[in-house]
Write a protein of this length. Structure first.
Length: 578
């Protein structure tokens, strides 16, 4: 795919005026720099031959002019450094916000396949390197282009044959640079992939540090990290090898150019075709001519890292959400909670066999339904189709008679509250996490939700009450406390549909009793689906649906299913065998 140059340049647009001003300063200071050797030539060639008094006056005048030029140059460089970096930082902020916003829109399928560490690397390291290119790239290219062309023009004016000899090296230098550019681009991209793997490994290991320690798995994690770390080292070694060839090759070219100038310049003096003042000027301008060549490796690396970062940025930005609102999607004004599955089939992209096959089911508004059955039967998948975390492969899922694909996505998901076994709490305060259910809610509403969830009593005993920090993923709270906060969050959301996915299975008996009472309170008057392995927790459900790999095999109340003496009765009796 071709490089999206228009998209790349579009990020300059909000700052175009300031950016042009910065480039103008860079252009002006570069042109000013070219005047210094000419002033030296004027002093050595035209002034020093005059009588002493007039020569001194002119030397002082030239010295004052040089000091003024230095002051102007420093002011211009200050503007370029400060405002230029500010532009780069602002563009980096814009890029990062755009990428993060786009990531929020991507569907579960994307996150099922991607590593968090790799995504973190794209949103941090890649964009930092890209911002350096945005700022330094145009500025450096203009600055060194002006110096290079200006130095060439002046050198050609001083001694054209010698200048052409120097420029005879350029074709070889161009081939050399293009060859190693390709190698460096490949190795730099590989480096980004490897550091992304390290980020993913670190994120995975530290997030599960309690599991690691409980299984004494520190050495296993260290070995996995070492393997990723060594792969990154191998990638860096390839980069350093290419850079060593590149830098040393460039240094060799520069030395050859300098030797050529010394030899041919000296010969010209011997032949009286070049005087000493012109030779001094020529040597001074060689520095300006060589400087862009000396900076070329750094500029090339900066360019390749920035372009690679932008390509990785665009890889994500080009991805379209697998699930999104269709044009003209409806917003349901009042949801009653009727749910219907009509001939629904679902299979994951990486699996051939469907998880659900031609399943049909109707749940009435306000009905309390339990889904039970063996692991892998599709209970969680079935519930995930309602808020469109995934879309059915075939068939329809309907809410109040409307296909969920036709409902505006945000509207749909606001109607559904999830309470899961694996509670996720965000770093921050108790209040922050409860208010996640409704950011517009006032403090009284938030406290009322906590009381309904049975969480108020333990919250006020925390050091700062509702303002207490709970740590990463709520690490400072017990399992039951975290679960009650998640229930309070759903109370505050106040949705007409509830889904409880193994909400009490990881709790002790005492915590389970408290949480179960909170869940039953929450379920009053709402359409409720409960996924449970502990069959004792769903005895009071109005309807229990037994789901296996063959689909729905039984449904009815607890007593009705026991009386049938079928799959449910077998599962129930097996759980209570002693």
């Amino acid at each position: 795919m071709s490089f999206p140059i228009k998209k790349f340049l579009s990020y300059y647009k909000p700052y175009l005026g300031l950016f042009i001003a910065v480039l103008a300063c860079a252009l002006f200071t570069s042109a000013l720099t070219l005047l210094f050797p000419l002033l030296v030539r004027y002093v050595t060639k035209d002034i020093l031959g005059n009588d002493l008094s007039s020569a001194l006056r002119e030397v002082y005048w030239i010295g004052g002019l040089m000091l003024l030029m230095v002051a102007i140059q420093n002011l211009g460089n200050y503007v370029v450094d400060y405002k230029g970096h500010e532009i780069g930082a602002r563009m980096e902020r814009d890029l990062r916000k755009e990428l993060f916003t786009h990531m929020q829109k991507l569907s579960f399928r994307f996150y099922d396949q991607e590593k968090t560490g790799q995504l973190m690397s794209r949103i941090t390291n890649d964009l930092l390197l890209l911002s350096e290119l945005y700022h330094h790239g145009p500025e450096d290219y203009i600055k060194y282009f002006v110096r290079f062309i200006g130095a060439f023009a002046i050198l050609f004016f001083i001694d054209a044959p010698l200048t052409l000899v120097v420029f005879s090296f350029l074709p070889f230098l161009t081939v050399f640079v293009l060859y190693f550019n390709k190698i460096l681009n490949r190795t730099l991209r590989d480096n980004k992939e490897r550091i992304g793997d390290i980020n993913a490994q670190v994120e995975d290991s530290l997030s599960g540090i309690r599991v690691v320690k409980s299984f004494a798995g520190e050495n296993v994690e260290i070995e996995k990290f070492s393997a990723a770390n060594n792969r990154f080292l191998d990638s860096r070694k390839r980069t350093y090898k290419a850079e060593a060839y590149f830098y040393n090759g460039m240094e060799t070219f520069i030395q050859l150019i300098t030797i050529t100038v010394i030899i041919f310049g000296s010969a010209s003096i011997v032949r009286s075709t070049l005087d000493l003042a012109d030779l001094i000027t020529f040597l001074l301008y060689i520095g300006y001519l060589v400087e862009p060549l000396q900076r070329l490796p750094h500029m090339t690396t900066q360019f390749q890292e920035g372009i690679t970062g932008f390509q990785r940025f665009m890889e994500i930005m080009r991805l379209q959400p697998a699930i999104k609102s269709k044009p003209g999607a409806v917003v349901l004004p009042n949801v009653h909670g009727e749910i219907e599955f009509k001939q629904v089939t679902f299979r994951y992209e990486d699996r051939f066999n469907p998880v659900l096959l031609n399943l049909s089911l109707r749940i009435e508004p306000g009905e309390y339904v339990a889904l039970v059955g063996p692991s892998g039967a599709g209970k969680t998948t079935l519930c995930s189709l309602i808020p469109r975390f995934y879309d059915a492969t075939e068939g329809e899922v309907r809410l109040d008679g409307t296909n969920v694909r036709d409902i505006e996505l945000t509207c749909l998901r606001k109607q559904i509250g999830f309470v899961q076994q694996d509670v996720y709490l965000f770093a921050g305060t108790v209040m922050d996490n409860i208010r996640y259910g409704n950011p517009e809610a006032g403090e009284e509403e938030m406290i009322a939700a906590a009381k309904q969830a049975g969480a108020h009593d333990f919250i006020i005993r925390l050091p700062q009450g509702y303002h207490s920090e709970i740590g990463q993923r709520g690490v400072k709270l017990s399992g039951g406390q975290k679960q009650r906060l998640s229930i309070a969050r759903v109370f505050l959301k106040n949705p007409p549909i509830l889904i409880f996915d193994e909400a009490t299975s990881a709790l002790d008996n005492e915590s389970e009793g408290v949480v179960k009472a909170s869940l039953e309170s929450l379920a009053q008057g709402r359409t409720t689906l409960v996924i449970a392995h502990r069959l004792s927790t769903v005895r009071n459900a109005q309807r229990i649906i037994v789901l296996t790999k063959d689909g729905i095999v039984e449904q009815g109340s607890h007593e009705e299913l026991l009386a049938k003496d079928g799959t449910y009765a077998h599962l129930y009796s097996k759980q209570f065998e002693f």
